[in-house]
Each structure stands twice: as structure tokens, then as C-alpha cells.
Design a protein around this ligand. Structure first.
Ligand code: M6R
Length: 610
């Protein structure tokens, strides 16, 4: 959620820290701050505005130093206010700050620690759980920051990634992680910390992924890591190619718009140059796993969960394997009946979503060892944790609202469907060939749907004045309706709900008036005639229909019935195409309402806290 950067170098590190913050800002943007060791003192600048504003402030005050940390915050404990912004200091009450700290995560025993530290004389300036860690480290400090941090993290319960430095040790930054991501960037006589390698693009490509329980000591020419038991550990240094191009907007107004229009490329890249379906696309040993399993459990959150729901329709109908799809944050805490012959599939753009990771670990702890992830980040915890994986090639997704990540997840999940069906003998070569052909044609088909943007913009203007909307779909398009409703609410703040169209008369029809726009996904499939009846039920109550109808559905525009014609029905892959206009509708409605499309209020891109 929050973004962390740290640096120890022989040059002014403030530009590196700010550049890193700009790249991480999409992870949380309630406030930001930077602290450095300067002229023997700890100095900081904090802002409840965006990083660009902080940068101006830092330039005005000429803040500079060789050692420093920085943070962009997604508020959990305490409102988005300057006094709650990181870095937090400790030691001021003795006249001079000694410890500076940034944190991502949630400390569950912060109340208890706070009481203890207050009793020891510490005065708290913020409502955050983070300040507790700063004071705890200060309390335990006696001339060695690394030791103090090791002692402090033993007292913490919950999730954290932290970066700390100390006034008494000017060329040292210490980091630690448990449940929240943290990487080390190794340079020449300089070293860095960040919650994501992306933050260090252009600074170093030599990255170490810390593991849970690790504490790292960064000095100018030394990176020293110990595990939770305090034993020295060597972690592999990876050369990571980070594409900074993703951070350029090009001709687009927002990253979300750019990412919507990148989908033909992203889906094409995700398909790579796959010549044929084989289980090994998902990793070595996939054939044996696919042969063994007789059910699938999908775990995910948000948009990724809707990808999973769509995949259930595909896997059950093509591969004939029963599928259960669970919201990760619910699954991890409910009593379920484990079955070791289950393929556990996690879906995640970031690969760092705390709830999905915890759900995966829960499934593993129940004896379900066949794990596979569909993920967009090859170096993420999710990929490291799962035995099998398929990497989507969406590229870095900056907009908080997931777009290209979703359609590439669907692409990967359809490939998984085909591989499972092949191993189980549920499809023949001709069917396989036809599905592959349809997959390969997707980039062209998506491009054709993107050309509908001007018509969708006209609709979006009408939506901008509404406060509610309903989304209807049936069958495998029901999850797409849910995804459309999520997109609209998260970026335009219009309240939107999705229903399977047949469910309307069981309650939600009561909401339908002439003020209620009802977006309907109308592919030409076996449920079309049923759907048309549901649409009539809406029209009869004065509801205004906005229908995305396949060309061959014979649905035509009439008063109260607006129709945008999609290409002809795209068979099993139709959900991918029907997603695109819903993304554009949400995007343009949000633009018309003047919201902060890429950084919608209260949200963050990677949800690395529970
Ligand atoms: O990185 P993940 O795919 O695991 O993230 C899951 C959700 O947090 C994410 O899809 C969220 O719902 C998006 N904001 C939706 O646009």
C-alpha cells in the first residue's frame, strides 16, 4: 500500500528518493515525506499533497543528505495529515531526533506497545502505529542500529516493511520485512531499499528480494542480511530489467486511458508466440499436477476475483473440472473442507496482495500443495510461493483501476482452461486449434472495440450526472458486469451494482426508475432471449437501458434503449471483448466528473496490508 525508499550513498540521495517516490506514488497517496541525515541532524519534509509538491518544498528548503529514507502513505491509523505522515522521528523529547523511520504494513499490538513506551516517557505526535516502532527502536538503541532493529522487530506483531536510520550512525540504513514487500538495490559504494524494484529503475538493476523475517544492514559497501533467527543469510542478487517507459504518459490524458489502449499489445504479449497448448506453459511438472488434480480452487481479490469468476465458467464448461472461486480475505478465515487433489490458483496483478498471499498460505497449510499463480510480476512473492505460474505480460500498470491486468489475466486463464482440458482429454486437436486461433485474433478484435470510444464518450456524459447505476450480465458475462460496476464506482464514485439479469426481479428491480441507467451486456449466446425479457422488465419500469449488444443480436435502439454495437459474437472469449467498453465508460464518466482517475480517493494500487 505505502511506498518506501531508502538510500545510503556518497552523493545527495534526495533526488533518488523523490524519483523513487514518484514511481511508488500509485501505491498510496494520502501523504508523502522524506528525511535525510544532514549536518549531523535528522531533517525532514512532509506533505499531504502529492510528491511533486513535496519536491518543490524540498527544493525551496535545499534539503540534502547522503543518507535518507522516504515514504508515500496510504492511511490506516490516523487521518491523512502532516503529523501522521512518515518519516516518523524519535528522540526529539530529549532535544534532538535520533531515529527516523518509514513503514508499510499494520502493527497489530501497537496499543500495548504505545502504553509501554508512554510509561517509559515517550511522547507521541501522531495517531499512527508506525511511530510506535520508531520509539521502540530508540528505546532499545545502544550504539548499534542493526541490533536495535533486530530487537524491536521481535516485539512486533502484524505486517511491516521498515527503513530506519539513526543520527549517531550517518552511513547506515537498516531495513526489515515481515509480510510486506521490501527489496535491496545494490550499487557501487551505495545501496538502496525500496518496497518495489520499480522505485530504483535507473539507479540500479541489481536487486535482492528480502524474505519474511529478514533484517538488512545497508552501508556504503556492505549489504548484510540476517533471518528471523538472527543467522546471516545470503540472498540471491537478481538483475532486473525495469521498464521505466511505463511511467511515460505519451499522448494520453491518464495512465488508465493509456493502459486501456495498450490492451491489444498486452494481450498479444501475454500469448507470447505460443504455437500449441501444453501444460508446461505453466512450469515444469505441470503435466503431473494437472493429471493429479480433480478440482480447482481460485483465490483472489477485487478485479482479479472477477477474472477468477469468469474462469470458473470456462474451466467447468471446457475442461469439465469443478471450480470454486473464493474472495481471498474471506477464504483465509473461514472453515472450509480441504482436498489435497485441488489445484489452488491465485490471481494477482501485483503478486503482493496481502489477503491473497495469506489465503494461499492458508490453503498450503491445509495440505493443498498444488499451487499455481496467474500473475503480472515475475519477481513477486506470489510467483515465488507458488509451484507453477503463468506470467501475464501486461507491463507495469500504474492506474489504480485495473484494466490491462484484467484482460491479460483472462487470457492466461483461458490458456489454463485449454491446458487442463487437454490433460483431462476433454478437447480434441481441432477444438484446440480453433481456440488458439481465436486467442491469437484477440489483439485485432480488441482494437476494433477500442474504436467505439467516441460513442461511449457520448454515453459517459449522460452517466456523469447520475449517482447510481445497475450493470446486468448473464452467464460468463455476469462477472464482467461486476467488473464494469467496480470500475465505475472506484474511479467516478457513482454507486454501481451488478446483477445476473435473471436475479433482477428478485429484489433490485425495486430500484429501477427513469433515473436509473441500466448497463446491459448482451452477447449473442444461448441466454440472449432470456436477457431480452429481463431488459423488457427494466423498460416497463421506466429504466433507461444502455446496451452493449453483439452485432447479430437484433437489439435495436428505441426510446429509453441506447445501443452500441459490438463486433459479432466472439464465443467463449466474448467476456474479454465486452470488458473493454465498460472500462471506457467508467473512464470517461470519471473524466466528465473531474475525479482523479489514476489515483481515486481512499484507494491504492497494491493492497499489501490486510
Ligand atoms: O494486485 P491484485 O490483482 O492482487 O489486486 C487485487 C485488487 O486489489 C485489485 O484488483 C483492485 O480491486 C483494483 N483496484 C480494481 O481495479
Amino acid at each position: 500500500m505505502c511506498g518506501i525508499v531508502g538510500a545510503v550513498a556518497q552523493r545527495n540521495v534526495v533526488p533518488v528518493l523523490l524519483e523513487g517516490l514518484k514511481r511508488l506514488e500509485y501505491r498510496g497517496y494520502d501523504s508523502c515525506g522524506v528525511a535525510v541525515h544532514a549536518d549531523g541532524d535528522l531533517q525532514r519534509a512532509r506533505s499531504t499533497h502529492r510528491v511533486a509538491e513535496l519536491e518543490r518544498e524540498v527544493q525551496d528548503t535545499a534539503l540534502a543528505g547522503f543518507t535518507g529514507i522516504a515514504h508515500t502513505r496510504w492511511a490506516t491509523h490516523g487521518a491523512p495529515a502532516t503529523h501522521n505522515a512518515h518519516p516518523h522521528f524519535s528522540g526529539q523529547s530529549r532535544g534532538k531526533a535520533r531515529i527516523a523511520l518509514v513503514h508499510n504494513g499494520i502493527i497489530e499490538n501497537h496499543d500495548e506497545l504505545r502504553e509501554e513506551l508512554e510509561a517509559a516517557g515517550y511522547v507521541f505526535e501522531s495517531q499512527t502505529d508506525t511511530e510506535v516502532i520508531a520509539h521502540l527502536i530508540d528505546h532499545l538503541y545502544s550504539a548499534d542500529l542493526f541490533e536495535a532493529v533486530q530487537a524491536a522487530v521481535r516485539r512486533l506483531e502484524g505486517a511491516y516493511a521498515i527503513a530506519v536510520f539513526c543520527q549517531d550512525e550517518p552511513h547506515r540504513v537498516v531495513g526489515a520485512r515481515q509480510g510486506s514487500p521490501l527489496v535491496v538495490g545494490c550499487g557501487q559504494n551505495e545501496n538502496f531499499l525500496a518496497s518495489d524494484a520499480l522505485a530504483l529503475a535507473g539507479t540500479t538493476d541489481q536487486i535482492i528480494y528480502l524474505e519474511d523475517g529478514d533484517v538488512v544492514d545497508l552501508q556504503l559497501s556492505r549489504v548484510w542480511i540476517v533471518d528471523a533467527q538472527g543467522n546471516e543469510v545470503k540472498r540471491e542478487v537478481h538483475t532486473v530489467q525495469i521498464h521505466t517507459g511505463a511511467a511515460e504518459l505519451g499522448p494520453y490524458r491518464h495512465y488508465m486511458q493509456k493502459e486501456i489502449f495498450e490492451q491489444p499489445r498486452a494481450v498479444g504479449d501475454t500469448l507470447q508466440d505460443i504455437q500449441s497448448i501444453t501444460p508446461e506453459l505453466f512450469g515444469d511438472g505441470a503435466y503431473d499436477v494437472f493429471k493429479t488434480i480433480d478440482r480447482v480452487l481460485i483465490l483472489a481479490c477485487g478485479t482479479s476475483y472477477y477474472a477468477g469468476m469468469t474462469a470458473r465458467y470456462w474451466i467447468e464448461s471446457v475442461a469439465k473440472i469443478p471450480v470454486n472461486v473464493e474472495i481471498a480475505s474471506e477464504y483465509r478465515y473461514r472453515d472450509s473442507v480441504p482436498d489435497p487433489r485441488t489445484l489452488v490458483v491465485t490471481i494477482s496483478q501485483s503478486g503482493e496482495t496481502a489477503d491473497t498471499l495469506a489465503a494461499l498460505k492458508h490453503a498450503q497449510s491445509q495440505g493443498m500443495e498444488h499451487t499455481l499463480t496467474i500473475c503480472n510480476v515475475g519477481t513477486s512473492a506470489m510467483v515465488r510461493e507458488c509451484k507453477l505460474s503463468y506470467l501475464t505480460r501486461a507491463g507495469v500498470e500504474i492506474g489504480v483501476a485495473s484494466t490491462k491486468a484484467f484482460t491479460t489475466q483472462l487470457t492466461g486463464l483461458f490458456l489454463l482452461t485449454l491446458a487442463l482440458a487437454q490433460v483431462k482429454g476433454r478437447i480434441n486437436e481441432t477444438q484446440e486449434h480453433d481456440y488458439l486461433k481465436a486467442l491469437r485474433h484477440l489483439p485485432v478484435a480488441i482494437t476494433a472495440v477500442l474504436a467505439l470510444e467516441p460513442q461511449i464518450m457520448a454515453w459517459a456524459d449522460r452517466f456523469a450526472s447520475k449517482e447510481n447505476a445497475l450493470f446486468l450480465g448473464r452467464g460468463m458475462h455476469y462477472p464482467i458486469a461486476m467488473e464494469g460496476a467496480l470500475k465505475l464506482k472506484e474511479i467516478s464514485y457513482i454507486h454501481a451494482e451488478a446483477y445476473p439479469a435473471g436475479e433482477l426481479k428478485h429484489g433490485p428491480l425495486a430500484l429501477v426508475t427513469d433515473q436509473m441507467p441500466v448497463v446491459t451486456i448482451a452477447p449473442r449466446d444461448e441466454l440472449l432471449e432470456k436477457l431480452k425479457s429481463n431488459m423488457q422488465e427494466v423498460r416497463a419500469r421506466g429504466g433507461e437501458l444502455y446496451v452493449f449488444a453483439d452485432a447479430d443480436t437484433r437489439i435495436t435502439a428505441s426510446p429509453g434503449m441506447h445501443v452500441i454495437r459490438m463486433p459479432e459474437n466472439y464465443g467463449k472469449l466474448s467476456p474479454i471483448l465486452h470488458t473493454i467498453p465498460l472500462q471506457l465508460l467508467a473512464y470517461h464518466a470519471a473524466c466528465a466528473r473531474g475525479t482523479d482517475v489514476d489515483k481515486p480517493r481512499n484507494l491504492a494500487k497494491s493492497v499489501t496490508v490486510e
